[in-house]
Design a protein around this ligand. Structure first.
Ligand code: DOR
Length: 437
């Protein structure tokens, strides 16, 4: 287990928290797991106190720690891909203090027993804090609703059948009505399975060229449009997982303009890659929803920048070589991503300047969506912080990773911007050797 930070001083560091209107260089003092002092020379004599640990902040940033709305930690049932211990360690190494975990485990997290088991395991492990997401339907079979009251009571923060879509409008309507009573968002994996049967990638010029069956964008858009209507009709909170299309952005933008409580997330891979990455039949690029076209990725980047997309979520979906070293059609979809997310995004959203929108999308907004107290750089707040070296260049894979899996096309690609230390619940849950220099 990790230790509470008793006296930890970040000296002369740039602290950045757009939710507090904060962007200043000075000291940040953590005592007994809480931020107690902030500002120029705030540490004063404390730096010489017995047991004080001083971290040199020159050229570094301190941000609110990140909150992931969407990760697959595979325990129970597929621990050869990931387990709660390795997943929470990977999350901590990625700068996350909180990680919401999807229910498509084996068995599915559709009962209090599985939710409680996950929380018990997490409490033994350290690392980031785990928040279970319960299933919408029993076995994620799309038919009968789960006992959401029990899931909520056991600690679930939301419900989702992620991996599959709730296809029935009637079931989705009831799910929205039921979840509303427990103030949980319903998170939809938006995919009309009738339109995507047999599909292995995006439907377009590249799928035609490769001879692979395509997953048309409209299969995502149709479900989101229907769900927005249902959410409006019943007055419930609705969140769309991993949006990937220009149409999804348009529908969500309109819904927000009408004041509906609709939110959504995007993954780093849908922001940065297109279906052209699939041309070599690289199974590391097989994911659901599939990588789209440049026009979609450009619209997603714009929508993230203007706040139409609320959050960046990793959709960390670890798989082993068993599921990936095979024919493209047979390969399981998914990319691992908890440890790479920040480095991938900083590259796109501007080097050198602390990107306000990025911090909001990685921390404050997802926390609010999941009903988690947002990590904050504020005196009195529990220390949930991430220490960043914005200049550090590193190569995932060459730098050791905590996840058990390696299924990402970004391995061996040089990234700029590295997580050096993460605090969750007042504890140091990750520390890179470079912290002390
Ligand atoms: O690519 C994906 N992988 N998309 C999903 O929705 C599920 C996930 C998984 O669990 O592997």
């Amino acid at each position: 287990m990790t230790q509470r930070a008793e006296l930890l001083i970040f000296r002369n560091i740039r602290s950045f928290d757009p939710a507090q209107g904060l962007d200043e260089t000075g000291d940040v003092v953590v005592e007994a797991g809480r931020i107690t002092r902030m500002g120029p020379d705030a540490a004063g004599d404390l730096a010489d106190a017995p047991g004080a640990r001083v971290v040199d902040g020159t050229g570094r940033w301190l941000l609110p720690a990140f909150v992931d709305l969407h990760a697959h930690l595979r325990e129970p049932g597929q621990e050869y891909k990931e387990d709660i211990a390795s997943g929470l360690a990977a999350a901590a190494a990625g700068g996350y203090a909180h990680v919401c975990v999807m229910p498509n485990t084996k068995p599915v997290n559709d009962t209090r027993a599985v939710t409680e088991m996950m929380l018990r395991r997490a409490a033994e492990c350290g690392g980031a804090r785990l928040h279970p997401i319960g299933a919408i339907t029993l076995g994620q079979a799309g038919q009968e609703l789960t006992e959401m009251a029990e899931l909520r009571e056991a600690g679930a923060v939301a419900v989702s059948d992620d991996g599959v879509c709730v296809m029935s409008s009637a079931v989705m309507r009831r799910a929205l009505e039921y979840a509303r009573n427990f103030d949980m968002p319903v998170i939809q994996h938006a995919e009309d399975h009738e339109l995507t049967a047999g599909a292995a990638m995006n439907e377009g010029a590249v799928s035609t060229r490769l001879g692979l069956r395509g997953w048309p964008r409209v299969a995502e858009d149709i479900i989101i449009a229907r769900d927005v209507l249902l959410a409006e009709y019943v007055g419930a909170r609705y969140h769309v997982a991993h949006i990937s299309t220009r149409g999804a952005v348009r529908i969500i933008r309109e819904a927000k303009a009408r004041g509906l409580p609709v939110t959504c997330e995007v993954t780093p891979h849908h922001l940065l890659l297109t279906d052209a990455a699939v041309i070599g039949y690289d199974t590391a690029c097989k994911v659901n929803p599939p990588l789209r076209e440049e026009e979609d990725a450009a619209v997603l980047r714009e929508a993230l920048a203007d706040g139409t997309i609320d959050a960046v979520a990793t959709d960390h979906a670890p798989h082993s070589p068993l599921e990936k070293d095979c024919e493209f059609r047979e390969a399981s979809p998914g990319l691992m991503g908890l440890e790479l997310c920040f480095g991938l995004l900083l590259e796109t959203f501007g080097q050198g300047k602390a990107p306000a929108r990025l911090v909001e999308a990685l921390s404050t907004r997802p926390a609010r969506i999941a009903g988690i107290e947002p990590p904050a750089l504020r005196e009195g707040a529990t220390a949930e912080l991430v220490l960043i070296d914005p200049e550090a260049r590193w190569v995932p894979g060459a730098t050791p990773l905590q996840s058990k899996s390696r299924n990402t096309p970004f391995l061996q690609r040089e990234l700029q911007g590295r997580v050096l230390m993460t605090l969750a619940d007042g504890r140091v849950v990750f520390e890179a050797p470079e912290v002390s220099r």
